[in-house]
Every structure is written in C-alpha cells, then in structure tokens.
Design a protein around this ligand. Structure first.
Ligand code: HDD
Length: 700
C-alpha cells in the first residue's frame, strides 16, 4: 500500500518537547535554490566543468568535487550487533505516581508526557538484512526526561545467552555470519552458533526462547519487551527495591509461522519496518504498557535463583507485573539516517531514582555502549547529534573533540575555578536538588575471577519455559531445533546439543529432535531438571487480546466481482478497526473501486485473513487463476481465517480444499454480517490452531 501523507499528530496533540527540539535541526528545501555546503548557489547540477564539450574534466570544479567527496563518506559503520532496526517517536505517561518506589521525575506525574524514541532491531543480520528472520529482537527506548536521558535498552525476551559480559564477543562471533565466508545472513542455523551454545550450557534457556515463536514476531507492534537485568528503584527517602521492566503491547502478542517468516524474508524483507511505518502513518498508533516487577530488598534471595543472573526470569506468578504507564508511538521519523541510524542507546543512561545492580552482564554493558558509539559515530560528541540531545542542558567542563558543535563561552573549562565564580557547580546532596547519587550498597569482597555458585543451575528455567508452552508451541520449538541443527554440518555438534543441552531440560523434546536428525534416542541428561511449576504467562497463546484491530485482511476479487459486497465487507472490517485491502489479479478498477495491490504483489503471507467476495464472473476468473488458488491454499495452510461470499466459494472448490474446515465460513452474498461474524472471531484468535493437522496435508 502506498504510504499516505506524513502523520505529525503528536506534535499537534501533545506538548512534544523533543519534536520542538528537533525542529532546530530540520532542513526543509521547499522554495530554496540548490547550494554548495559553503552556501554558494549552483547553476548547473548536470555537467562537470570540462575543457571543451568532449574534453577532460577540470580539477577546478569545486561543485563536483564537493558533491562526490561528501557522497564518498556517506556511510558510517553499522552497529556491531542490532544493525538492522526501525524506529518511531512517541510519548510515555504514567498512570499514577510511582513516588513510593522511585524518585525518577518522569514516573511521578500522570499529567506529564515524556517524549520517547524507540528502536526495534534484529541482532544477527547486517543493516540491509530481512526483518522476519529467526532472531532476538532489540527493544530500546530513549526517554527524554526533564532530568536527562533514560535509556531502557532491552530485548523481546526476558533472559540472555550468557551470564558475564566478558563472553559477549565470543557469543557474537559465534552467532554472526561465519568468518570464512560471511554466511549465513540473518540466521543462527550454522555450525559456529550451535558449537558455542552446545559448549556453554548457561545459554540453554535463552536458546530455547529463540527456538520458540517469540523469535518470529508477527509485528514489532505486538512484541513484548523486557529490560532483562534486575535494576534498582530508589525513592526520595533512599529506600531501594529491585525491579524488572516489561513492555506489554496493548494489542497482544503474536507470531508468524516459520514458513511465513521464511517466505516473507524474500517477498518483503521490510515486512516489520513497513508494518510499523504504515500503522503510524494511518493513525493506528502502537501502544505498549510499562510493567514492573518490584521485589523488596529483604526478598531478593527468596527465589531459588540469583536475581543478578541474566539467564533467569522472575515468573509473573511469583511476582506480579504491576502496570504503571503507557507508551504511544505516534510519529514516524523524518530521516532514517539522522534519527534511527544515529540514535545512541546505552543502559548506563539512567536518571536519579533508577540504578544498576551487580549483574555481571549489565556491568560490562555499562562500558560497551559509549565505547562502540565513539567508533560508530566518529568521536565523543555523539550526545550533540539532534536525536541524542537531552532536553535538559548538558553543562560541564568536557571540551572539544571530533565534530564538536557547542561553542563553549568563557574562560573556565575546569573545576574548581574562581574565574567564573565556580560555575558550573555540583548539586548539593543535602538540598536534594536533583544530582545523581549512586545507591550506597554495602560492599566487601576479595578481588577474584569466579562465577557465583548461585548462577550454576542452567536447566531448571529452560524446563520451566518448555513446560509452560502449549502443545502448538512445543511442536514449533521441536521443528525449530530440527531445522537449525539440520543446517549444522558437524555431526558431533548436533549430538552435543541433543545429549548435553536438550536432554538436561526435557527428555521428550530431546527425543523428538534426535529423531528428526536421525540420532539415537538420548539418555537422561546428567544434570536433568525435573518437573517445574508452569508459568502460563510465558505462553504466547495466553497473550492474545480479543478483537481484530489493525489486522490486515485481503478482500479477494476480480473484474466482475460484486462491488456492493466489496464495499460492505470493507466497511464491516473497518468498523472493527481492521485494515481491509482489495487484492485483485490486476490494478484495473472493479465496479469503480481501485484495488490496493495485485495478487502477486501482496501474497497471502502478508495478511491475517482472506475474504473472497461474490459475483459469478469475478469468482470464475479467480477460480481459473493459479495465483488466486495458491493465495487461498497458502492462507489455509498458514491457519488463517477464510470467508467466501456467494459465488466466491467457487475459488475454494477450485483449490479442492475440504468442504468443511475450522475457520472457513461461507454464505450468501446478501448476508455479509453472518459470514463475517465467525470470520472476525477466527481472525481475533490469530490462527485457527485446530486446523493444523488438516492444513499440513495441503500443498502450498
Ligand atoms: Fe547490547 C546494541 C540489547 C547485552 C553491547 N544491545 C544493543 C541494542 C539492543 C541491545 C536493543 C541496540 C540498540 C539500538 O537500537 O541502537 N544487549 C542488549 C540486551 C543485552 C545486551 C538486552 C543483555 C541483556 N550488549 C550486551 C552486552 C554487550 C552489548 C553484554 C557488551 C559487553 N549492544 C552492545 C553494543 C551495541 C549493542 C556493541 C551495538 C550498537 C550499540 O551498542 O549501540 O555496544
């Protein structure tokens, strides 16, 4: 669908302070003459200066030289990880004051909107890689608070692969395309990844998450987000509590099927980016609620695992997630490079009231992010780039460096000084005037390189996650391990994953994966985890929210289809908040209605459901068209709801699908509502899971 006009609703409807701040840096060329970087007007942008019409180009041509030189330096290094990303502006608001738990200013007043910039990303692939690969998704939020920048740099999974940052380069080298040949792009299905994780059992839990449906989200708008580490909340009285952060999409959480994800990677590598952009563009603003799990200091050892261990989650059934506010993404960026590429997140960007714990993964991250920006953004002044500028002033005695923008006025660039009456000065802790003070954690210890014994159990939570899955999700997990390990060339790596990782958290899964790989049935793992108390909140099937808001529905028609039916189907779906698109063999108008896309241009994998409209002639054309049959068969196989009105059922007959199947509704042209009612209910369930055995027999 063509992108409509840009939506700047937020700047009109809210006091979007960051948008106003960015306005200072926006360049708008309307009505302007073309000029050089030195401001000289350009009379000819087509021809190099030459000695004669067919003669050599002249070095003197400063206009050409400047243009080519700048072009030659347009690229900056992509992010070491999370290179592929898409972002949006928005606002965050608390529902009620969090003063009891934290003094962070942006969490105090429900009347205050804090501007945010959120970047979603994949981890493994380069900047131009496909969106729908099996991978962890980054979920990084920059809050432009009145007290400075707060970054919540999380993922769409609540745990991580390793427990100590010193292993991060090893892990990333293993998962990235292999050093010999830069393959595979955007995939963990290769030897070095599985070699590493088979030798590092602490990765078992997170690898299981990445083999689950969480790693192939339906959209960025419907992913959960997690801060992963345990952080601290500190209130104005200095009382500290431990906190885990969650983002909950208001529309619920859903995933793609693996076959869809793979096909989408080819047919629309920008599938997630496009979905986010279009949703914001048409005013369907993505909303995420912020949730916190708050743990009293005295309870921190009560869980049987260590809260400092980032391979562990705190089950919601043990500590409920308290929903404290909402973030609304309401404006697309103006410029991808200036904003999304240059935005610099850092888990160390905190504000008073939020503090770190000793999680050794988090501690290493506190070093890494500034360091990486220095090489990626070309020096220490990246905080001056418009998207990174805090709304509060960054006044200090730091000076100079590459690309410095600020003109610091005055004699003093040191402290203490008398030449400028000692300004800028520290805050006075006694006066509580907003200076950051680290939480005074009592500390004593021996300088030593060890992993705490309390980090040693690597399998219980993997077992907990697996045992909390529905049957459908368990099937998907087994298929994912089989697929990935099937791509591993070294048999000893495949066997190690099955016998030394899977067998330690689920015998049945280990046996299924072994069977798929032609390996002998594994014995009981040496460190086998037992039965766990399931956490239903971990199953995505329990994360669906009723309704079909923002769902994309294909309304399939051809010349001769019933225009009145098209109109009433579209109206009925729009009334439910869905986005119906008219899909036809060509873009020629049907009864005066312009199709939005062709069948080959927007295949069924891009939709959540299909409605075939009636009209004898149109239905006949569709039924004789292989592409239309494939469209419906594929939707059927991908467990999507299908509705056929009147003669539209001819297309279903042409595909030889069974007469009756779950999630397929048919009926009279004249009774659109009756046919759409079960259809809408089925789309609201996301997939017709009960159809999966039948669907597996359908070729598509
Ligand atoms: Fe990281 C980027 C999330 C561990 C080092 N990380 C990056 C981004 C996200 C995360 C979302 C992209 C931010 C953006 O959109 O620009 N990283 C995580 C999470 C982790 C984690 C949730 C574990 C809980 N990361 C981690 C470790 C290290 C890093 C242990 C290093 C010791 N991460 C980086 C980095 C990146 C990065 C190399 C690459 C680009 C950037 O920082 O700005 O510094």
């Amino acid at each position: 669908m063509a992108s409509k006009s840009r939506n700047h609703a937020s700047s009109n409807s809210t006091d979007d302070a960051k948008s106003k701040d960015l306005e200072r840096s926006r360049a708008r060329p309307q009505g302007e003459a073309l000029r050089t970087n030195q401001g000289v007007k350009i009379a000819d942008n087509q021809n190099t200066l030459r000695a004669g019409a067919r003669g050599p180009s002249l070095l003197e041509d400063f206009i050409m030289r400047e243009k080519i030189t700048h072009f030659d330096h347009e690229r900056i290094p992509e992010r070491v990880v999370h290179a592929r990303g898409s972002a949006a502006h928005g606002v965050f608001q608390v529902y009620e004051s969090m003063a009891e738990y934290t003094k962070a200013a942006f969490l105090q007043d429900p009347g205050v909107q804090t501007p945010v910039y959120v970047r979603f990303s994949t981890v493994q692939g380069p900047r131009g890689s496909a969106d729908t690969v099996r991978d962890v998704r980054g979920f990084a939020t920059k809050f432009y608070t009145t007290e400075g920048i707060y970054d919540l740099v999380g993922n769409n999974m609540p745990v991580f692969f390793i427990q100590d940052a010193i292993k991060f380069p090893d892990f990333v080298h293993a998962v990235k395309p292999e050093a010999l040949n830069e393959m595979p792009t955007g995939a963990s299905a290769h030897d070095t990844f599985w070699d590493f994780v088979s030798l590092v059992p602490e990765s078992a839990h997170m690898v299981l998450w990445t083999m689950s449906d969480r790693a192939i989200p339906r959209s960025l708008r419907t992913m959960e987000g997690f801060g992963v580490h345990t952080f601290r909340f500190v209130n104005a009285k200095g009382v500290m509590r431990l906190v885990k952060f969650h983002w909950r999409p208001v529309l619920g959480s859903y995933s793609l099927l693996w076959d869809e994800a793979q096909k989408l990677a080819g047919k629309d590598p920008d599938f997630h980016r496009r979905d986010l952009w279009e949703a914001i563009d048409r005013g369907d603003f993505p909303e995420f609620e912020l949730g916190v799990q708050i743990i009293e200091e005295k309870d921190q050892d009560a869980f049987g695992f260590d809260l400092l261990d980032p391979t562990k989650l705190v089950p919601e059934e043990l500590v409920p997630v308290k929903i404290v506010g909402k973030m609304t993404l309401n404006r697309n960026p103006d410029n991808f490079f200036a904003e999304t590429e240059q935005v610099a997140f850092h888990p160390g960007h905190v504000v008073p009231g939020i503090d770190f714990t000793n999680d050794p993964l988090l501690q290493g991250r506190l070093f890494s992010y500034t360091d990486t920006q220095i090489s990626r953004l070309g020096g220490p002044n990246f905080h001056e780039i418009p998207i990174n500028r805090p709304l509060s002033p960054n006044v200090n005695n730091q000076r100079d460096g590459m690309h410095r923008q600020t003109i610091n006025v005055g004699q003093a660039s040191y402290e203490p000084n008398s030449v400028s009456d000692a300004w800028p000065r520290e805050t006075d802790p006694a006066a509580q005037d907003g200076g950051f003070e680290s939480y005074a954690e009592p500390m004593e210890g021996t300088k030593i390189r060890v992993r705490s014994e309390s980090f040693a159990d690597h399998f219980s939570q993997a077992a907990l996650f697996y045992q909390s899955m529905s049957d459908v999700e368990k099937e998907h997990i087994a298929l994912a391990y089989q697929f990935e390990l099937g791509k591993v060339t070294k048999p000893e790596i495949r066997a190690r994953v099955v016998n030394e990782i899977l067998a330690n958290f689920d015998a049945e899964l280990a046996a299924t994966v072994a069977e798929g790989l032609g390996l002998p049935k594994p014995g009981k793992g040496a460190r086998a985890a037992g039965k766990q108390k399931p956490s239903p909140a971990l199953s995505l099937l329990n994360r669906a929210v009723p309704g079909i808001k923002t769902r994309k529905i294909a309304v399939l028609a051809a010349a001769g289809s019933d225009g009145a039916a098209i109109r009433s189907v579209q109206a009925a779906l729009k009334a439910e908040g869905a986005t119906p698109l008219l899909i036809a063999p060509t873009l020629a108008p049907i009864d005066g209605i312009n199709p939005d896309a062709t069948i080959s241009g927007m295949p069924s994998i891009m939709f959540d459901g299909v409605v075939i409209v009636g009209g004898e002639q149109g239905a006949k054309t569709l039924a004789q068209l292989g592409d239309a049959c494939h469209f419906v068969l594929e939707a059927f196989r991908h467990l999507k709801a299908i509705a056929a009105l009147g003669a539209g059922k001819e297309l279903l007959s042409a595909t030889h699908l069974p007469d009756k199947a779950d999630g397929v509704s048919m009926g009279d042209d004249g009774n659109v509502d009756a046919v759409l009612k079960p259809f809408i209910e089925a789309v609201g369930q996301h997939r017709v899971w009960s159809r999966r055995q039948l669907a597996a027999t359908v070729p598509a």
